[in-house]
Design a protein around this ligand. Structure first.
Ligand SMILES: Cc1cc2nc3c(=O)[nH]c(=O)nc-3n(C[C@H](O)[C@H](O)[C@H](O)COP(=O)(O)O)c2cc1C
Length: 353
């Protein structure tokens, strides 16, 4: 299998950095710690009453969790994808492959993204960057998504990362036009996501006006792609990158303000520093439908393969269930109606944005 493309090498370098370096700066916060759910001492429910099931791309998930897109394009990435997908299938959560750019350039690399054999029922999501989608064209994007039998496509936005990458893009014009073309091709099978800097309410509104029905805010507080690129960069790019490794909209602020801006008809995913089931529950209380996680699932895969990922998912699901129980809510819809307290910096974001 050809595995010597620049894109594949870059993706492997990213995996190395994410496995070994501090790519989620400690000082960055999702601001989910500013959300306090209100305890019910009398929940009047049994655990089996708690229904975490949720719909995504026409299928039902057992729990509101997506392993967000990370990799593909090399033998190593293929193993990561297969393990994550197998765990997602076993646990009934959704899974996204990483950028299919390498596959667009070298079709033989499709194997490194193909996981249907181990995940026949899983909600499987393809992935491409905005600029690469424009370069490949709609037909080729559809072909790479269909080739892995995905249920939908995640279009990723990453201007902060691109500006820190020596070989990255410098021209971000025409993005909404590309989105509108992809909406025509994919309809409700299109998801638009950031990659750790968040989506602001005005951007979300324009995306929804262009026809997008699923958004993943992927906000600040977890993996910083500016930081990852800064670790690869040198000279001025590294110096400026260092100044921007805390750039972005904290995930909690992005979720709450985007939900306020787009109303109820849009599926909203909270990712970017979401690390626990309690985080997922808080994000749901703020208006999300699902939580998403990348780095923790990759790290689990690196330490213990499929079994470790399954365990990590189980712990998240157990804690989400417990949070609903202790709020006296039997479903996400009920949790959203319960009182919650928002304090500190998040309160300031919500009054300013
Ligand atoms: C190793 C790794 C590779 C990633 N590659 C991609 C990618 O190819 N496409 C994409 O949309 N996002 C990619 N991401 C971003 C994640 O999907 C997610 O938006 C971001 O890491 C924030 O989530 P986290 O804090 O849980 O890691 C990657 C993340 C990691 C950790």
């Amino acid at each position: 299998m050809p595995d010597d493309t620049t894109t594949s090498r870059r993706k492997d370098a990213h995996l190395d950095l994410c496995a070994t370096e501090e790519v989620a700066p400690r000082e960055n916060s999702t601001l989910l710690e500013c959300v306090k759910l209100v305890h019910s001492a009398m929940p009047e429910l049994q655990v089996s009453d708690i229904d975490l099931s949720t719909r995504l791309f026409g299928k039902t998930l057992k729990a509101p969790l997506l392993i967000t897109g990370m990799t593909g394009g090399s033998e190593r990435a293929a193993q990561v994808n297969r393990d994550l997908a197998e765990a997602a299938e076993a646990c009934g959560v959704a899974f996204g492959v990483g950028s299919q750019r390498a596959m667009g350039e070298t079709p033989a690399l499709a194997k490194t993204y193909s996981v249907r054999e181990v995940a026949p029922r899983t909600v499987l999501i393809g992935n491409i960057g905005l600029r690469q989608a424009a370069q490949l064209g709609v037909d080729k994007v559809r072909a790479i998504v269909d080739a892995i039998h995905a249920d939908g496509l995640a279009l990723h936005l990453n201007p902060g990362q691109e500006l820190t990458q020596p070989e990255g893009d410098r021209d971000f014009r025409g993005g909404y036009q590309v989105v509108a073309q992809l909406v025509k091709a994919f309809g409700e099978r299109l998801l638009v996501k950031e990659t750790g800097c968040g989506i602001a309410p005005d951007v979300a509104r324009r995306l929804v006006d262009a026809g997008v029905r699923t958004l993943d805010v992927s906000g600040l507080g977890g993996t910083s792609w500016v930081r990852v690129e800064q670790l690869r960069a040198s000279g001025e790019l590294a110096e400026v990158g260092a100044q921007f490794s805390s750039w972005g909209i904290p995930t909690a602020a992005a979720v709450a303000t985007v939900r306020r801006a787009v109303g109820p008809g849009v599926t909203l995913i909270a990712s970017g520093g979401v690390r626990t089931g309690l985080d997922v529950a808080k994000a749901i209380a703020l208006g999300a439908d699902l939580g998403g996680m990348a780095l923790p699932m990759f790290k689990a895969q690196q330490t213990g393969g499929v079994e470790a990922v399954k365990k990590a998912i189980d712990v998240v699901v157990r804690a989400t269930t417990q949070a609903l129980m202790l709020c006296g809510a039997s479903s996400a819809a009920e949790l959203k109606k319960k009182p919650r307290v928002v304090v500190g910096e998040l309160k300031e974001w919500l009054s300013a944005v």
